[in-house]
Write a protein that binds this ligand. Sequence first.
Ligand SMILES: C[S@@+](CC[C@H](N)C(=O)[O-])C[C@H]1O[C@@H](n2cnc3c(N)ncnc32)[C@H](O)[C@@H]1O
Length: 308
Amino acid sequence: MPSHVPVLFRETLAALEVEQGGRHVLDGTFGGGGHTRGILEAAPDNRVTAFDCDPEAQARAEALQAEFGDRLHFVSANFDELGDYVQASLDGVLFDFGLSSFHYDLPDRGFSFRFDGPADMRLDTRRGRTAADFLENAAEQELVKAIRDYGEEPRWKPVLRAIVSARGTGKLQRTASLAEVVESAAAARHQKASRIHPATRTFQGVRIAINDELGVIERALPQAFEVLRPGGILAVISFHSLEDRIVKRYFRRLAGQPEHGRDNRPQQERLVQAELLTRRPIEAGDEEIELNPRSRSAKLRVLRKLPL
Ligand SMILES: C[S@@+](CC[C@H](N)C(=O)[O-])C[C@H]1O[C@@H](n2cnc3c(N)ncnc32)[C@H](O)[C@@H]1O
């Protein structure tokens, strides 16, 4: 039975100050409910409103509801729509982006080339296009964006050519044959330079593209900040530099700081709406990394909304 180990668990609960009790927190990425459970167990009067767009998360949420009753409210929707569901002024919002172990461990979801399965890769299987459909039909510029920009694949040109010439052959339909197509084009350099499987970057890029993983973060962060009460806390865990860059820049903007090296707007034009509680992101220690290798790339950033 697959399970998911929450990353930076103690650090996240401490950041959200949930042991003080009486907290209503929005968990935008319910997953296996590890963080949600921690929040609910931290004090008997804490409440959680949780989101997950993966339809399979619903059953896991129901199992937790059997334990915690109406202290847990679950919404089976994308967190980029959270503003449509939540009016409350919340004490905290948490995002723990990306996939859960359930996704990688279930062959039929198509996220992993460790097993053969349909090349699906949608987080929300009720809508959107599958990876196979994207690879068969997307305009070349969209493929470049996925493989070069989101996957950061250095051999994106040969990979792109291999994918385009595999169109119509059926090879893009299954994870195993897709991984072979990518590997044959990406392998030469990776074999010397890297320990990761040559298809890893392309799989990541395609996944980010079809789920619009960066777009949903850009749209969700302002909504999350909006539903926080003054003094409320926003805690965000990201797993790769493209996600973290969006979070870092947004946090800096809210704190009235330059968003990046080329941002030279005059200081008096900046509005200070939040206090950064992490100047540098919190990362997992050696012990956690050893127990849960997925935590190696996790970065937790936290801010507090200031009264206006
Ligand atoms: C890393 S897991 C979260 C794990 C969770 N914190 C725990 O302790 O079990 C990320 C979860 O967020 C969900 N997710 C990813 N993007 C989403 C989005 N845009 N809207 C809603 N849920 C999303 C995924 O389906 C996945 O279940």
